[in-house]
Design a binder for this molecule. Structure first.
Ligand code: NAD
Length: 371
């Protein structure tokens, strides 16, 4: 009997619907090839939901319900100039993305920073430092640390304003994110760098102690530690030497953007936000989306790179549905397509050997490589 899964499809705004259409064609192809089936609940989110509800909400109850009933969420991107002047609480990102993360307890953010060997020209890192490109996975804790710690506030002390935040982590929060990172490392190069600031911060001392403890559960993974300032430097000097990197919320916010920048194009980078493991399984409930936004500057022109969205679907297959062969096949087809010279505008150099394509053309090439 064919394996059947339920996914919620939330294309959103800007280039979201364009790249989602192509991604669903790729999903159709791997489903046929690997013998499984996804039942898709297509729902409104972001500006599209605001338009449909008369600016009531960017996250309708029906959308949340469909997500609750799914094995994972395939998300496009939300936002754009049209909705920027609405009250902050109902703006697409703040009113849809953050509540979804909170509602589903998505505590682990996985962002691959991949620069394929034939795209090193798009990276701002000197080409001689990355002759083979690189493939780093950044695992960021998403629901703890200084962004959410209390007390947080502002008051007057000795006649002048003082503002304060609290960086706080429970050991259990550190353990669960480290387990996600170690597990990811097991499926890759088995090397994990834990990033902290244990020479200064108490929360980092607990982080490092906990990393050493959790490492005992994963004896095959080689664990090392870097202070965050050094990690930021090493990432631009020798990105090819990293496999998986794990860190707390604030450090991860900064390092994952640094990684996106050195990778070359936002149009190539997927991401996953994972919640708890599903009962009795090694799979996670998660939300999968491109690292970039809705790219209003190119929306509607059929020129957006669909690869970030397509690779997000591959991550959904891997982490939430357990269809790793299909995920591997998508990753390989994308790499082969790039190797064969297919380029959307964001990764093109104008070289005569390149095959310039739009959103649909890139998906066609990937589909051809899947066959
Ligand atoms: P952006 O990521 O949308 O765009 C930055 C640049 O990257 C643009 O030049 C864009 O054309 C390019 N780009 C991004 N994805 C691309 C793709 N797939 N193919 C080719 N080029 C691509 O960031 P921004 O311009 O700062 O934000 C635009 C809107 O998106 C804003 O409303 C912002 O709030 C929203 N946003 C949403 C998310 C999300 O939904 N998760 C994330 C970031 C920004």
């Amino acid at each position: 009997m064919s394996r059947t899964y339920r996914i919620a499809v939330l294309a959103g705004d800007g280039i979201g619907p364009e790249v989602m259409t192509e991604t669903l064609r790729v999903l159709d192809a791997v489903e046929a090839k690997f013998g499984f089936n996804t039942e898709r609940s297509v729902q409104l989110v972001g500006g599209a939901a605001l338009d449909a509800t008369g600016n009531e909400t960017p996250l309708p109850a029906a959308t949340v319900e469909a997500c609750e009933q799914s094995d994972g969420i395939l998300f496009g991107s939300v936002g754009g100039p049209k909705w920027e002047n609405l009250p902050p609480d109902i703006q697409p990102e703040r009113g849809a993305l953050l509540p979804l993360r909170k509602h589903f307890g998505l505590f682990a953010n996985l962002r691959p920073g991949v620069c394929l060997p034939s795209l090193t020209h798009a990276s701002p890192v000197k080409n001689e430092l990355i002759p083979e490109g690189f493939d780093v996975l950044c695992v960021r804790e998403l629901t703890g640390g200084v962004y959410f710690g209390t007390p947080k506030g502002r008051e007057n002390r000795d006649g002048e304003p003082v503002a304060f935040d609290t960086m706080v982590y429970k050991k259990s929060e550190i353990q669960r994110i480290l387990r996600v990172a170690f597990t990811a490392a097991m499926g890759r190069g088995k090397k994990l760098v834990s990033v902290d600031k244990a020479n200064v911060l108490a929360s980092s001392v607990l982080w490092r102690e906990t990393a050493l403890e959790v490492a005992k559960e994963f004896p095959e993974v080689e664990l090392s530690h870097l202070y965050v300032d050094n990690a930021a430097m090493q990432l631009v000097r020798r990105p090819g030497s990293f496999d998986v990197l794990v860190t707390e919320n604030l450090f991860g916010d900064i390092l994952s953007d640094e990684m996106a920048m050195i990778s070359g194009s936002l149009g190539m980078l997927p991401s996953a936000s994972l919640g708890a493991k599903k009962e009795g399984s090694d799979l996670y409930f998660g939300m999968y989306e491109p690292s970039g936004g809705s790219a209003p500057d190119i929306a509607g022109q059929g020129i957006a790179n669909p690869i970030a969205q397509i690779l997000s679907a591959a991550m959904l297959l891997r982490y939430s549905l357990g269809e790793s062969d299909a995920a591997d096949a998508i990753d390989a087809a994308v790499a082969k397509t790039i190797d064969d010279g297919y380029r959307t505008g964001d990764i093109a150099t104008g070289a005569a050997t390149e095959k310039k394509v739009g959103t649909q053309g890139m998906a066609d090439a990937i589909l051809a490589h899947l066959k």
